[in-house]
Design a protein. Sequence first.
Length: 228
Amino acid sequence: MAEQVRAIRTRQTILMSAAKVFESRGYQAATISEILTAAGVTKGALYFHFQSKDELAQGVLSEQDQRIVVPERASKIQEMADTVLLHAHRLQVDPLVRAGVRLSMDQQPGLDRSGPFLRWGEISTEMITKAQAQGELLPHVVPAETADVIVGAFAGIQSMSQAVSDYADLPGRVSALLRHLLPSVTMPAVLASLDLSDTRGADVYAEAVKILEAQDAEPDAGIKTPTA
């Protein structure tokens, strides 16, 4: 058990260090040597977990969404908005997320960047489809199409925010994005109940972390309940 815990911690250390190097240097410029130095581990320890720089990058891309998730909401449109707003907040505070976004947006050859976009599209389509089944959406909505628009628009907004303010203004920009997009797909009565404020992402983050800590303390506790 102790060895397993140590291996998990070593893997997390490597991923976090790789994330910081990828964020600052980009995929092409980053080297295994830099990541080893940042992580403070041996080459053998790194290659035990990741066989190449590409595997490290894919690990960073997949790890960013594994643990901190939006609690289930009664309104699936609110749940989808919370997912977007949470991601915007995490871009400000989480090196793994920032590195994952840089890798996703990096147009240099040598890395398959499609995974995050496809995953976000699938997640958004699922929530929008559930919202449609609950009568939250206007009749013309095609869930997969709306999901693609939201994912693509968010990618552009975060890229603009990174360029002009290093993500300092991202929550406000994402709040504005949702306030402009959602009226075109959401029933007016549902729209009026949504919280799309620029502080919502930070609030959802605090809520998600609290639930995660409770689950870690009591793994079998049933604490995930729908909220407004």
